[in-house]
Design a binder for this molecule. Structure first.
Ligand code: CAA
Length: 260
């Protein structure tokens, strides 16, 4: 499938999606959001897919936010519907059954920070900058920033970033839990690829269920979350991969989850 604003490369069991509007620092307009939604939904048709890497094209930005030129003339009703589209697409990425790694290659601001936060893991290039600068424009984060930032870094730090509009660099993002690790810019895709390959070697159903347990468990009280986790743990035992994983351990050999 060819897209106007995305590059999608699929190599065996790993997909790399690159948002490709470098002249606008990969800003998100309706077309980019709809293409992202389509690309992820298309990847659902590939049962062998193990992991997705999401990045931005060019050396400057992952995504510098929602497209300000487009938003500038929006009515309240149009802006609400634009935000609802952003939520729908980012929720689909968050719920995507395989891990999604954001390879953050520069500015991740506003909608760009929100997109990175909808991914499971964020690997930051040393030149990455994260922030929710919406208050500079007289608006608030609209694609889930108030929700996901406070869940990732805690309410106090999230409010400071959202109220001041300040950017944090990659090291600081890592320190506060917004990024998982910092790597040199030329190693970014390599590092993301290595993590994706590592994940691809694990039991695919186990990885999917672990993602569901973390994502859903965080939104439940501990009793319900524990009940949910135990149910998913039980479900693992209906799979061939649990048989293979445990047998391989006892036979002192690597597990073969993908029938290679
Ligand atoms: N929307 C539209 N165009 C954007 C953009 C955005 N979010 N960010 C950058 N661009 C465009 C610029 O207008 C510029 O275009 P021209 O060359 O045609 O003038 C081009 O990208 C390069 O940008 P700059 O010249 O500004 O580059 P810089 O290096 O001087 O600055 C920057 C980089 C600090 C990221 C700066 O571009 C900037 O502050 N961008 C806006 C960041 C922002 O406010 N993001 C939040 C948007 S609101 C939002 O996302 C709401 C939400 O939650 C849904």
């Amino acid at each position: 499938m060819n897209y106007e604003n995305l590059l999608v490369e699929i190599d065996d069991d790993i997909a790399v999606i690159t948002i490709n509007r470098p002249k606008a620092l990969n800003a998100l307009n309706t077309a980019v959001l709809e293409e992202l939604e389509h690309a992820f939904s298309d990847l659902l048709k590939r049962p062998q897919l193990a992991c997705v890497i999401l990045t931005g094209s060019g050396e400057k930005a992952f995504v510098a936010g929602a497209d300000i030129a487009v938003m500038q003339a929006m009515t309240a009703v149009e802006a609400e519907s634009f935000a609802r589209l952003g939520h729908r697409v980012f929720n689909a990425i968050e719920a995507f059954p395989r891990p999604v790694i954001a390879a953050v290659n520069g500015f991740a601001l506003g909608g760009g920070c929100e997109l990175a936060m909808a991914c499971d893991v964020r690997i930051a290039a040393v030149n990455a900058r994260f922030g929710q600068p919406e208050v500079n424009l007289g608006v608030i984060p609209g694609f889930g920033g108030t929700l996901r930032l406070s869940r990732l870094v805690g309410k106090g730090r999230a409010k400071e970033l959202i109220f001041t509009g300040d950017m944090v660099d990659a090291e600081e993002a890592c320190r506060i839990g917004l990024a998982n690790k910092v790597v040199s810019a030329d190693q970014l895709l390599e590092e993301a690829g290595q993590m994706a390959v590592k994940i691809a070697g694990k039991g695919p159903l186990a990885v999917t269920l672990a993602k569901q347990a973390v994502n859903n468990g965080l939104e439940m009280d501990l009793d319900r979350a524990g009940y949910f986790e135990a149910s998913l743990f039980g479900l693992c035992f209906s799979s061939a991969e649990q048989k293979e994983g445990m047998l391989a351990f006892l036979e002192k050999r690597p597990a073969r989850f993908r029938g290679e």
